[in-house]
Ligand binder design. Structure first.
Ligand SMILES: [Zn+2]
Ligand SMILES: [Zn+2]
Length: 208
């Protein structure tokens, strides 16, 4: 399913930033960011390059800005998943404002005119531009009635986020792994220890 070319990329990027640079639970394990500045910078740079392609080298200050952006994007997904439509809208509006989103047609590198979401001012930093792109994409998806497609994993001890692009829009888990963790947890809660059934285990199934 496609929301819109640019919005697709922007919301996918927002989810990737949350899943790689925001602290939280990931598939049963608590994930903390490294303490050391150089490790944090490496992690941020690798995430940025994985999302937006090579050729991007983030400085230390930019790395911390990107980590901050990821934490703010996490709040958007969390608020949405908690069903707080007003809170989600306010969070996205403040991202649009703080990252100075300003849609502009641009042409460069021999490309035809195309839409950029961020301000074209020369002093706009790279992370500010990334934040604007994510914010406009989230606003586009939410404002078009697709807010429910921004999800947080429903499994215990996991708050990885995802963009549900399935046709039915009923995705609940970040991954097959969490779908199966959830099945096992439910099975165990129905079959307390000692019962003969506790030896069985539920078969993993698709889809998410
Ligand atoms: Zn461009
Ligand atoms: Zn999960």
């Amino acid at each position: 399913m496609n929301f819109d070319g640019y919005a697709d990329l922007g919301v996918a990027a927002a989810a990737e930033l949350v899943n790689h640079l925001a602290e939280g639970w990931a598939q049963g394990a608590l994930r903390r960011l490294p303490q050391s500045g150089s490790q944090r910078a490496r992690l941020a740079a690798a995430t940025e390059a994985a999302i937006w392609g090579r050729g991007s080298v983030l400085g230390g200050a930019e790395a911390e800005e990107l980590i901050q952006l990821a934490a703010r994007l996490r709040l958007v997904f969390a608020s949405r998943s908690a069903g707080d439509a007003d809170g989600t809208a306010h969070l996205v509006n403040s991202l649009l404002r703080d990252y100075r989103a300003a849609p502009q047609l641009a042409t460069h590198d021999g490309e035809p005119w195309h839409l950029h979401f961020h301000s074209q001012d020369r002093e706009v930093g790279r992370v500010e531009a990334r934040g604007a792109t994510c914010a406009v994409a989230l606003a586009t998806v939410i404002g078009s009635g697709w807010a429910s497609r921004l999800g947080t994993c429903a499994a215990e001890r996991c708050d990885l986020v995802f963009v549900d692009t399935s046709r039915k829009g009923s995705r609940r888990f970040c991954s097959l792994r969490c779908l199966n963790r959830d099945k096992v947890a439910r099975f165990r809660s129905r079959h307390p220890e000692g019962g003969p059934a506790s030896q069985e285990s539920p078969a993993p199934t698709f889809p998410l």
